[in-house]
Design a protein around this ligand. Sequence first.
Ligand SMILES: [Zn+2]
Length: 437
Amino acid sequence: MRKILLLLFMLLIISPARSQKIAKTEITTWQYGKNAAVSLTFDDGSINQFTVALPILNSLSLPATFFIITGQIPGSRYQGRFIGRPVEQIIAETAETPTNSENLFERASAIGFLGYEGTLQYHTLAGGLYDEEKESKSDEVYAILDDAYNQVRHGAFKRKTDGDNRSGVTWDQIRAYASQGHEFASHTVTHPRLAVLDEPNMLYELEKSKAEILEQLGPKHTFSAEGPYGTENERAMKYMYPIYPALRNRMPEPFLEELNRWHKMNPGASDKPYVQWQRGATTSTPLPLMKSWVDTVASNNNNWLVLVFHGVDGIGYEALPHELLDEYFQYIKQNEDDIWVATFGDATKYMRERMGSTVKVTENKNGITVMLNHNLDQRMYNLPLTLKSYVSPDWKNANIKQGTNSVHAVVKKDNLGSFVQYQAIPNLAPIEISNNQ
Ligand SMILES: [Zn+2]
């Protein structure tokens, strides 16, 4: 009896199916089996991004992500305002009580929305110091606000006059750009320093920007966001995470190494499954350096280059000339064999779907059956993934069928054997791969 069992066991071990790489199926690191992903992101929604840069992107069929300040778009329902007590009360209190840790956030939230011209810059100044100096300069932050409120009490600022004089890109135009494949994402209602906002104003900036985009563009464009100034303030991040699934500021996944715009580490040096490498192009960034970022990620295999642009042709922060953008975008296009150019949202979805998916393969007389499933929210995570399945070495062509969709694929070879590469949708029907001579 023991001998028979042993014989059976040996037969199993040496059966032909096991001696080949058949049935091994993997989800490729990036879409279409590319070496790297590149996302082109634009901040602040200044007009030349749409009238100058976007047509260049369209001529090259490159999608981009635009982080827009929703309160600045004409016709928006939600505009900059202070949520809280009557501001007269707050102003009156500043005569008696200097700014301290108890009242800082309320005062910093209100200062830009007291109804005067010129007070918003004190929010930006105090908030920037508080956020970037990791709260260590509290006394200077308090002093900036005390100075501002003191001036308000002494009538140093002109009353704001009514009237909506906002101009720039319109929601109708944005809808048209979205239909061309670009992603629109939140950059809050007014571009505040989130680190110094109190809870009601923090939530207003984040939630109402999302509500506005949902109403104007639909749920596809409420996935990604960027808290202004690339903040990584812990308190602000805790408010952002539950509201926006994908944040350029920072994301919580353990599988992702995030190297922000100021980080010096080489993106090839991480041992995590994915590396997000953010690079900001400014007026002092030479074009060869910008090109080298693309070369670097194309030569690694798990890098996601996230490029951050602001102004274009004289309008916006660190505005770059269109000639330079044109040459750079063409360079990116020329490297498309190695890189997947994707919106910020799609690159995030791909990584999460891949890391959250299971692949089960069974062999049958015609070939193999692949099951691809994940437990993520399917209303959001519905991007097709690229699969690579190893097949019998004598196959030349394969037929790949998932549900009602059927395609032919040429069998290719690498050092592990013969394989087919194809697109599959998670949680749909099983994928049937058969020989097709
Ligand atoms: Zn910004």
